[in-house]
Design a protein around this ligand. Sequence first.
Ligand code: BTN
Length: 326
Amino acid sequence: MPSSIREELLAVFNNEKETYISGQMLSEKLNCTRTAIWKHIEELRNEGYVIEAVQKRGYRMTGRPDKLSSDVVKRNLTTNKIGQNIHFYETTPSTQRIAHLLAQQGKPEGTVVFAEEQTEGKGRLDRSWHSPVGAGIWMSIILRPNLPPQHAPQLTLLAAVAIVRAIESELNITCEIKWPNDILINGKKAVGILTELHAEADRINSVIVGIGINVNTTKEEFPSELQHLATSLSLEKGGDKIDRASLARVIFESLEEMYEKYLEHGFTFIKLLWESYSVSIGKQIIARTISGEIRGYARGITDEGVLMIEESDGKIQYIHSADIEL
Ligand code: BTN
């Protein structure tokens, strides 16, 4: 059966949230037999969609599956590499660890590790990443760019730009990026990205891009110390539940598009896009580095993705790793 019928069926149910639609009407709209409609409805039910059937009125969708599975994510995925190979875990300490192992075993570029829950999710600067079950997209992606290791930070910025564009197009939510890789919505963090490397002196073997997206996390699910700093996409959409599989798919497509352009044309266009989404460029910021605090105006990023801060005496400081306060 062509999967477009399934997609059209889902679109009709999504548009007609409250109304029942008869099998006859569906078959006319989708230009297929009623048996085909019935088969697709059964298939959707098996995937966890709740579809009511009432005699003389028709069908109505009242619930959607809230599970990430490689089948659902891969359906209609248009990428060549990213997301074509998915390793899925119900629970794991950290998808980063698994992705590192898989990378060392030689798994191909674009391999993704997903988990419904991480018990030891890892953040930047040795922090932990809160990853409650079923609430977010917790995933690590293996890339194998033919680049020198000093270009790796560019991939973090590339990932941030790709994710912002995916969230904005899929959900119509405006995002900002805080250097290097925090994605903020209305000033609160919704997405974190952690990039780790396997490299030799002159060559990257693999990059593991770890992405944590608070998708359907409720306020109560955040630890109390994070509640005023963190948000989720659903909270920013007024509590609507967001389909994680569709979002993951759009992110893979956006990421692959950016990555291919980057490999072909270099970093300049990513840099421009990144600066256009940046919350800090032109603003006075404090960068807390391991060797102390640097205060000044964020002036932009270098071609290596390093943050430039202009201090009050006009001196430019180059920041490779820090926590930024706005
Ligand atoms: C940050 O500190 O902002 C980066 C957070 C990165 C979290 C993601 S969730 C999936 C992957 N697995 C991990 O353990 N960490 C990353």
